[in-house]
Design a protein around this ligand. Structure first.
Ligand SMILES: C[S@@+](CC[C@H](N)C(=O)[O-])C[C@H]1O[C@@H](n2cnc3c(N)ncnc32)[C@H](O)[C@@H]1O
Length: 188
């Protein structure tokens, strides 16, 4: 596990590949924050990431609405506690991170367009992933990065299905990194 290449390193590599020649500050969004592992890692690895919208409702969905191995049996109090911990931990990043306790759908109405990238890792059910790709690719600027997690996961089959369908329908150049199930393309 110690040497495993994780999603934040892969996404940071994509960011470098796409925006490496530019020196301007970058803005991104993460859909689904959980313990904010990705959030803190990407802010640390990419110093010119000046604003990251970190979006998560921290809400106790019914198992039919949200499938998650790690939060199985959680109560709303557990989610509230996680949110409080994450909010406290993220304070060290100051204004570089904006933690929005809401669904990706609601956040899409308030987060400004023109993002340099979006990392989609929220509700992994097919309908949600499909909707997240549609809603959030629209918020990314032309040439920006659209990426996400858990492609190829046997547990989250809806991710691959939603990504593959979108790519075929909209003729996107899908790229994959199987080391941590990261999928991505550049918005044409
Ligand atoms: C797999 S975890 C995110 C992991 C995190 N991105 C990381 O890399 O460490 C999925 C998260 O998505 C959140 N989530 C569920 N439904 C959501 C929705 N509609 N919009 C945004 N986030 C959602 C859950 O609350 C959960 O914390």
């Amino acid at each position: 596990m110690a040497n495993r290449t994780r999603r934040w390193s892969i996404v940071a590599g994509c960011i470098e590949q796409i925006f490496g020649a530019e020196s301007r500050a970058l803005t991104g969004a993460e859909i689904g924050v959980w313990r904010a592992q990705f959030t803190s890692a990407i802010l640390s690895i990419v110093p010119r990431l000046a604003r990251l919208y970190a979006i998560d409702p921290y809400r106790n969905y019914a198992p039919t609405q949200y499938r998650c191995r790690r939060a199985g049996g959680w109560s709303q109090e557990d989610w509230d506690q996680l949110y409080t911990e994450v909010r406290r931990n993220l304070r060290r990043w100051g204004s570089r991170v904006v933690l929005l306790r809401t669904t990706s759908k609601r956040a899409a109405a308030s987060v400004p367009s023109g993002l340099d990238f979006v990392f989609i890792d929220g509700n992994h059910a097919y309908d949600f992933v499909r909707q997240d790709i549609e809603m959030w690719e629209a918020k990314v600027r032309l040439g920006g990065l659209v990426c996400g997690h858990d492609y190829g996961s046997g547990y989250h089959r809806g991710v691959k299905r939603a990504v593959d369908e979108y790519v075929t329908k909209h003729n996107r150049m899908l790229q994959l990194d199987s080391r941590d199930g990261v999928w991505w393309w550049r918005k044409p």
